[in-house]
Design a protein around this ligand. Structure first.
Ligand SMILES: Nc1ncnc2c1ncn2[C@@H]1O[C@H](COP(=O)(O)OP(=O)(O)OP(=O)(O)O)[C@@H](O)[C@H]1O
Ligand SMILES: CC(C)(CO)[C@@H](O)C(=O)[O-]
Ligand code: BAL
Length: 281
């Protein structure tokens, strides 16, 4: 596995692959890799000749400086996992090269970035869209792989790729969970033991909401069922609950046609966790 730390060496490697006619799959990450990331690499490995992962803790998508400071980092273990999964290369760029000092260009999905989880983390999706555009431009992959756990992020990226005619495939990969239902997330390691024990309430709440909706009730009744389950866990502070029409990504009401997407976020101590579930009518 080739480890690239500059854009120039990444481009030299990619040019050789292109000459050989190889297709390229990209897996962008912020490191601290776990089995959720592994699922993305495995999906890319199955579909593409070459797989590149990136590890970059992107400063522009963090609103809270303490969240950035305490974001978990584990480069040696990350490299070992990527190697074991059969990744061909990893790009670990410097923030100074990704964001040159006089950098001024941003990418923003204006409506989507401001709503839902974007309202809880102002500026977050602008940072994500901007860095993902930079990574796409550096690597020019045929396909990029993102987790469904970050449900709105996936929608933002799909919309950006469509609107800016970027011409690559965006592949969503199902949320990987621990045995107790908690969605794997790099931030889980920052949970206290008591908060770790409490955190599966998010998955239980989503399941309860899905059951209510599947029984024929409205989106509003499903939302109430979710709130009721979260309220049973005093360690969880609900910060966001949004139910959207999965296709158009607009707020869902009543009994819309097609799939709905439920997005939930909650704070456990100072750690903000998110989860999601798609449900059919
Ligand atoms: N449990 C999971 N299942 C599937 N994909 C996941 C999971 N967790 C993260 N991913 C995906 O991995 C990619 C990189 O995510 P990232 O490095 O931010 O990890 P993370 O675990 O989501 O960390 P955090 O949410 O704490 O920032 C994203 O596309 C994300 O959706
Ligand atoms: C897509 C991403 C790597 C952009 O920094 C990040 O938001 C993430 O890890 O989900
Ligand atoms: N997984 C999304 C990255 C973030 O929370 O900043």
């Amino acid at each position: 596995m080739q480890i690239c730390r500059t854009i120039a060496e990444t481009r030299t490697m990619l040019a050789a692959w292109r000459r050989a006619g190889d297709s390229v799959g990209l897996v962008p990450t912020m490191g601290a890799l776990h089995d959720g990331h592994a699922a993305l690499v495995t999906a890319a490995r199955a579909e593409r000749d070459r797989v590149v992962a990136t590890i970059f803790v992107n400063p522009t998508q963090f609103g809270d400086p303490r969240d950035l400071e305490t974001y978990p980092r584990s480069e040696a273990a990350d490299l070992e996992l990527l190697r074991a999964l059969g990744a061909d290369a990893v790009l670990i760029p410097d923030a100074a090269e990704i964001y040159p000092r006089d950098d001024e260009t941003i990418v923003e999905t204006t409506r989507l970035a401001a709503q839902f989880h974007g309202a809880v983390r102002p500026g977050h999706f602008r940072g994500v869209a901007t860095v993902v555009t930079k990574l796409f431009n550096i690597i020019r992959p045929d396909a990029a792989y993102f987790g469904e756990k970050d449900y709105q992020q996936l929608a933002v990226i799909r919309r950006m790729v469509r609107d800016l005619h970027m011409g690559l495939d965006i592949v969503g990969v199902a949320t990987f969970r621990d045995a107790d239902g908690l969605a794997l997330s790099s931030r889980n390691v920052r949970l206290t033991p008591a908060d770790r024990a409490a955190a599966p309430v998010l998955h239980r709440a989503l399941q309860a909401g899905a059951a209510v909706y599947e029984s024929g009730a409205t989106v509003e009744a499903a939302a109430q069922a979710i709130r009721d389950v979260v309220a049973t866990e005093p360690r969880a502070e609900l910060t966001g609950l949004d139910i959207v029409e999965a296709g158009r990504f607009v707020p869902a009401t009543g009994r819309p046609e097609g799939l709905i997407g439920i997005m939930i976020s909650a704070r456990f101590g100072e750690v903000l966790l998110i989860d999601q579930k798609e449900v059919s009518a």
